[in-house]
Design a protein around this ligand. Structure first.
Ligand SMILES: [Zn+2]
Length: 82
């Protein structure tokens, strides 16, 4: 996927912002019934995931599949229509 696909996913499945995170949306795990939340950090501008791999290593296949950088590297996906 690419930034356009991420913008479309945010527009389609947007969750409310919280204190630290915006552009939040849910993804479904391909290997289980779990649902994870992808989001962008409001201040540092990097992307994160709620899955165990990201929590421990700041790296996961969900971000990679979406084409988003791991390891807290800031990344903008462009303007999101509200
Ligand atoms: Zn993940």
């Amino acid at each position: 996927m690419n930034d356009l696909a991420v913008r479309q996913a945010i527009q389609r499945d947007k969750l409310p912002d919280n204190v630290q995170w915006e552009n939040r949306f849910e993804i479904r795990s391909e290997t289980s019934n779990r649902v994870y939340v992808i989001a962008q950090n409001k201040q540092k501008r990097h992307w994160g995931c709620s899955c165990p791999s990201y929590r421990v290593r700041r790296y996961c296949k969900h971000l990679k599949t979406l084409g988003l950088p791991c390891l807290e590297k800031p990344h903008e996906v462009g303007r999101i229509e509200q």
